[in-house]
Design a binder for this molecule. Structure first.
Ligand code: 13P
Ligand code: SF4
Length: 301
């Protein structure tokens, strides 16, 4: 009851103030339901600049809110909980990248979007989980450095064997904690149901899955498939989103991203009422961080 009341107040206030609400697929159902745009990292990165509203309330972790600001610096980006940080994004920084460049001279650095603006600015091109394979495949160099996710890097190497992918030992604890044992238990509970894995999962989990997709890719696959049920190896809220979009059933392991869950309806109401905090980035950093993201978008993948 309190949730419905809060959700209505947030929606009404956002409309009165002319604020667009963006939410990642891992946000709680009540936030997904009231957002103007819900999606994976790629959908949100591309969608932010296209929104008509000058102010955006971003519901997700801080690197995603930063990406909106980098691609649409003219917008005010409200982020309700600035310390909602992706721990994986904190595992690399420009100094580490400099060391990696010295170890592999001439190899471009591909930075997953799950990185800070500073790390992006020190990289050559970005990718998301939706386009990592195509981005690496399209680079002219044979050897590429991939940061920070060792699991996504290993998946890219598996899919692009003609390249030499130098990985870094970063990981997402939410996906890395999913084991083949969890997959076996889900398959036992839901016999015959297809398993869709996020590429942030470990290689041994990818081995026992049927398909690998970004969160949005999982939804597209479910929509286009004749099947009515899916096992999704990713953060549990994706199951709600998949059902909301496709009307089909989805089962996820009990994987929760605590940083995504720092965004609450109460914090959204507060940020709207107080008109802050907003994402603030140095103009020079915006210019430098935009280059590798735009290079990714220009690759059209
Ligand atoms: P996508 O939603 O882009 O698949 O990424 C998943 C993720 O873990 C983002 O933090
Ligand atoms: Fe980061 Fe993993 Fe949470 Fe995504 S799910 S924000 S990669 S910790």
């Amino acid at each position: 009851m309190r949730e419905v009341f809060l959700a209505n107040r947030v929606r009404r206030l956002a409309d009165e103030l002319g604020v667009a609400i963006m939410a990642h697929n891992y946000q709680i159902p009540a936030i997904q339901d009231l957002a103007d745009l819900v999606g994976d990292s790629l959908v949100l990165a591309m969608g932010g600049p296209r929104l008509a509203q000058r102010t955006v309330l971003f519901c997700g972790v801080s690197f995603m809110a930063e990406t909106v600001k980098v691609l649409a610096p003219e917008k005010r980006v409200l982020h309700p909980v600035p310390d909602a940080m992706c721990p994986m994004a904190g595992m690399v920084d420009p100094v580490i990248l400099e060391g990696l460049r010295k170890e592999s001279p001439g190899a471009p650095i591909v930075a997953y979007v799950n990185t800070t603006a500073e790390t992006k600015a020190a990289s050559d091109i970005c990718c998301t989980s939706a386009n990592a394979v195509e981005i690496v495949r399209g680079l002219p160099e044979k050897r590429v450095i991939f940061v920070p996710d060792r699991n996504l890097g290993a998946y890219v190497q598996r899919m692009v064997p003609e390249k030499e992918v130098v990985t870094y030992p970063g990981y997402c604890h939410v996906h890395d904690n999913i084991t083949p044992g969890h997959v076996a238990a889900l398959r036992r509970a839901h016999p015959g149901v297809e398993v869709l894995a996020h590429p942030e999962c470990r290689p041994e989990v990818i081995d026992v899955s049927d398909h690998v997709y970004s969160t949005e890719g999982m939804i597209r696959h479910a929509r286009d498939s004749p099947s009515g049920e899916f096992i999704v190896l990713t953060e549990r809220e994706l199951a709600y989103r998949l059902t909301a979009v496709t009307g089909k059933r989805a089962y996820a392991p009990d994987a929760v991203c605590p940083n995504m869950k720092k965004i609450t309806l109460a914090s959204m109401l507060r940020v709207l009422t107080e008109d802050g905090p907003t994402v603030e980035l140095d103009p020079d950093l915006i210019v430098r961080a935009r280059r590798p993201i735009e290079r990714m978008l220009a690759a059209g993948r």
